[in-house]
Design a protein around this ligand. Structure first.
Ligand SMILES: [Zn+2]
Length: 285
């Protein structure tokens, strides 16, 4: 089993000058887009988008909500936890994995469901959390999003879901797969109530998440450079036995082929959604 576990690196030697390095660590970081050194504060001021090249760093669910809501938000269904219906065990029991994730992220599962105002308009926003088992959608995420949609109908609130997800949660098997149908059915009722649903797809959005609610928006908006797809490129290449084109499964590629309605930079996302909601619902009264 040794090849699965990362060997502990050799203890660091206390060479002179190393302390200096440690002290400045954290103030600067290397951009994954342009490989230049970026000041962390400049990145924070720009919603974690590189000021030099526009590369979008990943942000967590709470940071996402901060970029969209006007002020504080109310959190719903934060206490829901999975019952581990299959008593699934992979490299460790699923229940242990969940407990570890809950502790690490301070969330009960891979989503934050929140209500608040966006440019003065009351809205419901569900933001998925990639750090919680890859933002995978199991019974809890499915139920939380469904409840958010159902709550929004009598309240006459538009719904926004920000996805970042590897797909359905394999540890819950069929129970996670039915969440695709459940959320989609709730979105249908939202549609019948003539309320808009906006889907924001961020890096990465794949699997059943793309296969269901992330692609069902009245507007499907991608972030620049986001990986969006159903199956992974390697699987597709092996199936169709063809080389895939450059930029395949990235936002811009999908926009050019009509799978997305817009690609919007994160600093402009809130204003873009506000303008879209003005269009769908009329100006805020
Ligand atoms: Zn950059």
């Amino acid at each position: 089993m040794a090849w699965f576990t990362r060997q502990k690196s050799a203890p660091r030697t206390g060479a002179p000058g190393e302390e200096q390095t440690v002290k400045t660590e954290g103030l600067w970081l290397k951009c994954d887009g342009c490989r230049q050194i970026v000041w962390r504060k400049a990145l924070e001021d720009n919603t974690q988008v590189c000021p030099k090249c526009g590369f979008h760093f990943k942000i967590d669910a709470a940071a996402r909500l901060r970029t969209l809501f006007d002020g504080p938000w109310e959190v719903f269904d934060a206490g829901l936890i999975s019952t581990n219906p299959l008593e699934f065990v992979d490299s460790k029991p699923y229940s242990e994995r969940l407990a570890g994730m809950r502790q690490a992220t301070k969330l009960s599962d891979a989503v934050i469901s929140a209500g608040g105002t966006l440019s003065g308009r009351p809205v419901s926003i569900c933001a998925l959390e990639l750090k919680f088992i890859g933002g995978s959608v199991g019974s809890v995420v499915g139920e939380v999003i469904t409840r958010a949609i159902e709550r929004s109908i009598p309240q006459r609130r538009p719904v926004i879901v920000v996805s970042t997800s590897g797909g359905m949660r394999m540890q819950e098997g069929m129970v996670s797969l039915v969440q695709m149908a459940k959320i989609s059915a709730a979105l249908m009722r939202l549609d019948e109530a003539r309320l808009p649903y906006i889907s924001v797809l961020t890096d990465p959005t794949t699997g059943g998440t793309t296969g269901s609610f992330a692609m069902l928006g009245d507007l499907n908006i991608g972030e620049p450079g986001a990986l969006i797809g159903f199956a992974g490129p390697r699987v597709i290449e092996q199936t169709i036995r063809q080389k895939l084109p450059e930029g395949f499964q990235r936002s811009e590629f999908l926009l050019a082929r009509g799978f997305l309605d817009a690609v919007v930079r994160r600093p402009e996302m809130k204003a873009y959604i506000a303008a879209a909601l003005d269009f769908f619902c009329g100006p805020v009264s």
